[in-house]
Design a protein around this ligand. Structure first.
Ligand SMILES: *Cc1c(COP(=O)(O)O)cnc(C)c1O
Length: 392
């Protein structure tokens, strides 16, 4: 490093970013091979990634799509959700699910979380939110920690609702031997670059229901009955268009990266788990802090997507975050609740969400990625403790 490359803040430690991707020769050569093949979309690499992902999940079908939002869109459409329908969804999640519920003409009905120790959807509040118009429940496995799937599955079965898992945070997570995303009627994954299986852009729809699968397959590519790849291989010559679909396909280059990342997923999730353990031990000595999802139930392997803490009540979060950034640590907030966004404040009959409202101003996401070091974890905790002492 030459002198002119030195960080601007004299003597400051290097920035620890919220997430990071590791680039290595295997990833580079996988994408190079895909480019060199000269077949750039929906070919053998997409097919291989789908087969590998379905097998990993223990599901019959997996469809790679352009992104996780497209996955949710296709899942809702395949389930027949449309105008006049209500879909139960947490407010404390990324806005994609609620946006897609609106995109198909349905109404999102926001439900509360369990509480500060469990940021997932509360089963009792879901039951209380059901109306004759409810058609589906769309939980998110917050931070890679499973929702109460037994209870949600039973509730959906009783009320004849479609259970759609937003598993964007949870690739690889396990509950009683089953992978998250394969428990509901359909599961949706994201391969955005800060997720556990980073590809850049990309997503996957997973289902073991043949009818839902056929619908997703068609809607992903214009409602056309055959793909260019099938015609190229001489498997088909013409096509019909049997529904009004989209172009939500993915290219071969990204599918090739996806296959490499999938092989690394379980090991990378385990590395995340180790770092989370270290965080939890170190954070226990910081006064007033709550670390959600303490204690993993038997049979549960979380995906450890987010390292979330709740700051002491009354903390000035903006100031804590600014102080931490000045000390070289990037943080984030997952999430500002959806019901507080301008596009969603129009729901006049909105349900009360007291537990979501109570934790929202206290949420803080700390850096976490598989190749983070123990020393970096310790550094983040020290910087957080300093920031809290300064902001107290
Ligand atoms: C990232 C994310 C999505 C959307 O995925 P994209 O690939 O970015 O479209 C949906 N839901 C949740 C909970 C997410 O974190």
């Amino acid at each position: 490093m030459s002198e002119s490359d030195q960080p601007l803040t004299d003597g400051a430690p290097p920035t620890i970013s919220l997430s990071d991707v590791l680039v290595d020769e295997e990833l580079l050569s996988a994408s190079r091979d895909a480019i060199a093949s000269g077949w750039w979309s929906m070919g053998p690499r997409v097919a291989a990634f789908e087969q590998e992902f379905a097998a990993h999940c223990g599901a019959t079908h997996a469809f790679v799509v352009a992104n996780g939002t497209a996955a949710i869109h296709l899942a809702l459409l395949a389930a027949g959700i449309g105008p006049g329908d209500e879909v139960v969804v947490p407010s404390l999640t990324f806005v994609a699910a609620a946006n897609m519920i609106c995109a198909v003409g349905a109404t999102p009905v926001f439900c509360d979380i369990v509480g500060p120790d469990d940021l997932n959807l509360d089963l009792e509040d879901v039951a209380a939110a059901l109306t004759p118009r409810t058609r589906a429940v769309l939980p998110v496995h917050y931070g890679g920690y499973p929702c109460e799937m037994g209870g949600l599955s039973a509730l959906c079965e009783d009320a004849k609702l479609v259970l759609i898992e937003d598993a964007a945070h949870a690739p690889g997570a396990v509950i009683d031997g089953r992978r998250l995303g394969s428990i509901g009627a359909v599961g949706c994954f994201s391969f955005f670059s800060n997720k556990n299986l980073p590809v850049g852009e990309g997503g996957m729809v997973v289902t073991s229901d043949d009818d839902l699968a056929q619908n997703v397959r068609l809607a992903r590519s214009h409602g056309m009955t055959t793909l260019t790849w099938d015609r190229h291989r001489g498997h088909a010559s013409g096509y019909d268009v049997v529904l009004n679909g989209f172009n939500y396909r993915l290219d071969e280059q990204r599918a090739a990266i996806g296959s490499v990342q999938l092989r690394r997923l379980d090991a990378n999730n385990a590395l995340r788990g180790h770092l989370v353990d270290r965080y939890r031990t170190a954070l226990a000595s910081v006064d007033g802090l709550v670390v959600p999802f303490a204690g993993t139930a038997r049979g549960v392997v979380p995906a450890y997507h987010l390292m979330e803490v709740l700051l002491p009540e009354g903390s000035d979060r903006d100031r804590v975050r600014a102080d931490m950034l000045a000390a070289g640590v990037q943080t984030s907030v997952h999430y500002p609740p959806i019901h507080t966004f301008a596009a969603f404040t129009s729901y006049a009959d909105r349900r009360a969400l007291p537990r979501t409202d109570a934790v929202a101003p206290r949420l803080l996401t700390l850096p976490l990625y598989p190749h983070m070091s123990d020393d970096q974890v310790d550094r983040v905790v020290a910087v957080l403790a300093d920031a809290l002492a300064g902001a107290g």
